[in-house]
Design a protein around this ligand. Structure first.
Ligand SMILES: [Cu+2]
Length: 127
């Protein structure tokens, strides 16, 4: 089922959101629900979505060498800044739908926060 959903997602990725909803309705309730979900909440592996002042997933565990991508879905800017004084990574202010990517070349635990809203925190564990 997952593979089917992914295939549908790839097909749907070329359509506009309005058309996706139309296709979803034509396909019937079950497939349509999956498709609509995919269109609205498509999230890649190793992607952290910023939504409603929250990093999601808040904690992410990845192998060494993985690139993590943060995407801002809020309508106000956010940043992604590693907490330690070495600031292993630090994004600029991300506007709506802007993204920031960082490749983790070494193992460790990397806590981060949004420098504009320091109560927003997350963690990447690299193994
Ligand atoms: Cu923020």
């Amino acid at each position: 089922m997952r593979t089917l959903v992914n295939q549908l997602r790839r097909t749907v990725a070329r359509l506009t959101p309005a058309r996706t909803v139309l296709v979803a309705m034509l396909l019937g309730p079950t497939a349509g629900a999956f498709l609509a979900y995919g269109a609205l909440a498509a999230q890649e592996p190793n992607e952290v979505v910023i939504d409603n002042f929250t990093f999601g997933p808040k904690d992410l565990t990845i192998p060494v060498g993985t690139t993590v991508k943060w995407v801002n879905h809020d309508d106000i800017p956010h940043t992604v800044v590693e907490t330690s004084t070495s600031r292993a990574f630090r994004s600029k202010a991300l506007d709506t739908d802007d993204s920031y990517s960082f490749t983790f070349a070494s193992a460790g635990t990397f806590s981060y926060f949004c420098s504009l809203h320091p109560q927003m925190t997350g963690k990447i564990v690299v193994k």
